[in-house]
Design a protein around this ligand. Structure first.
Ligand SMILES: Cc1cc2nc3c(=O)[nH]c(=O)nc-3n(C[C@H](O)[C@H](O)[C@H](O)COP(=O)(O)O)c2cc1C
Ligand code: SF4
Length: 427
């Protein structure tokens, strides 16, 4: 394990500069794609690679691209989702800060495959420091004829623009992002129509995560089939994991999919074990929106098999005993962590970030937050626990966008696995 194909160049001094990136093989994949392959062949390699979206849902990238309305005579857009606001997730900012040219190379190849001439990087408002880094890299790429008109002497032309948001978690949801990019309030749209038909300015649009798009460069560089042999089963390739909480070595790690969770937590190559020699209590493995799992279930499935860092293995057992790989935001809790306080804290976040369009999410997140507040502050009633479960159930699946589910799952899973802790607080 431990094979890096995204971050392999991250620690080369000066790698942010075009010349250094190029000298270390950067833009070779872009050259290969544009000069030796047709757009359809590039897309075919992405399909072959088995690459899946790294923004949270794990949807196959090549398949998503195949939905793009190619019959439309309107312009097509590629939008790179760099909003990264999910608590516990901080891998995209690392990638953009360290390797801005890797992302640009992935955007060039993806745009070429999709027949896009205009690409936007929608970046979280708080990432102001990254806007300059990305714009400098775009200028350098343009100066060297990797962007702009007739790239590398071909008929393919591309402009990339960086657009900072105003700092709202909901603008990471793809349709809210598109509204915001159009200059409107970032409210999610009702789907269908999907962005592939009616996206930015009602034109066919693909929205992909930063890590997904950056991965297109190594996919083309090594070929889809070689990439598909990395990883495990349907979870091909590598994944950036951002690890935080009560561990010895918080940080961003590139893992080959299929690494056992236990190795990720305890090996010195990654998290380096639990801080101060404490016991592991629980993990939220894929960013704050996914279900929390207690130590025994994050290390093993309910059938006793070792849990692996793959989309399938983490989900094994469904919501009864599984979770999700999500965006790879791996939050670790030791034996002293208070699950009630943590759940209240997360619910405060979702209540604050609800856009307010649908009643179950707008009202339900507020109710959950108030009930959890009173449990945490010694004023809870025993009936509050089932009330919380009911409110969470009534939000789930009843809203315009998945923020409602994202708010409900942490509460429902915390009660499912740690009911005793809620009861103890109330008593
Ligand atoms: C509330 C909410 C927030 C989201 N935030 C992000 C985000 O910050 N970055 C991201 O890439 N995807 C985010 N997503 C997922 C996007 O809607 C979309 O699925 C993703 O950008 C698609 O890219 P991918 O297929 O490459 O994963 C969010 C979804 C929801 C419901
Ligand atoms: S689920 Fe919440 S965030 Fe999503 S549209 Fe409805 S109110 Fe807005």
């Amino acid at each position: 394990m431990g094979r890096a194909i995204l971050l392999d160049k991250a620690n080369i001094p000066g790698i942010r500069a075009f010349g250094v990136y190029r000298a270390h093989g950067g833009y070779n994949a872009a050259g290969k794609g544009l000069l030796e392959m047709t757009p359809a062949q590039v897309q075919q390699e992405v399909i072959k690679s088995g690459l899946r979206g790294r923004g949270g849902a794990g949807f196959p990238t090549g398949l998503k691209w195949s939905f793009l309305d190619r019959k439309s005579t309107r312009p097509r857009y590629l939008v790179c989702n760099a909003d990264e606001s999910e608590p516990g997730t901080f891998k995209d900012r690392y990638l953009m800060e360290k390797l801005p040219h890797l992302l640009i190379e992935g955007l060039i190849l993806s745009s070429y495959a999709l027949g896009v001439r205009t690409c936007y990087i929608y970046i979280r408002g708080e990432f102001k420091y990254l806007v300059g880094i990305l714009e400098t890299a775009i200028r350098e790429a343009k100066k060297n004829n990797y962007l702009g008109e007739k790239i590398l002497g071909t008929d393919f032309s591309l402009e990339i623009y960086v657009h900072p948001g105003a700092g709202a978690y909901i603008c990471g949801e793809e349709t809210a992002l598109l509204e915001s990019l159009e200059g409107k309030r970032g409210n999610p749209r009702i789907k269908p129509p999907f962005p592939a038909y009616k996206g930015l300015y009602d034109c066919p649009t693909v929205v992909n995560n930063v890590e997904t798009l950056a991965a297109v460069a190594p996919v083309i560089g090594m070929g889809g089939e070689t990439y598909s042999k990395l990883g495990f089963g349907k979870s091909t390739g590598t994944k950036l994991m951002s690890a935080c909480g009560n561990i010895n070595k918080p940080g961003v790690y590139e893992i080959e999919m299929g690494l056992p969770v236990e190795d990720f937590i305890y090996s010195d190559e990654y998290c380096g074990g639990i801080k101060n020699g404490k016991m592991l209590k629980a993990v939220i493995p894929g960013g704050s929106s996914v279900p929390i799992l207690p130590a025994d279930l994050i290390l093993n499935t309910s059938r006793g098999e070792a849990r692996l860092l793959t989309y399938e293995s983490l989900a094994e057992g469904g919501f009864e005993s599984g979770s999700m790989l999500g965006s790879g935001g791996f939050i670790v809790y030791d034996e002293d962590a208070c699950i009630v306080r943590n759940t209240w804290n997360l619910t405060r976040f979702y209540r604050h970030e609800s856009c307010g369009q649908c009643s179950p999410c707008r009202e339900g997140t507020g109710w959950m937050e108030r009930i959890l507040y009173r449990i945490e502050h010694g004023k809870g009633r025993m009936s509050d626990i089932d009330l919380l479960v009911r409110v969470a159930k009534n939000i789930e699946g009843n809203t315009i966008c998945p923020l409602g589910d994202a708010a409900a799952w942490p509460v429902a899973s915390a009660i499912r696995h740690f009911r005793g802790e809620f009861e103890a607080h109330i008593k």
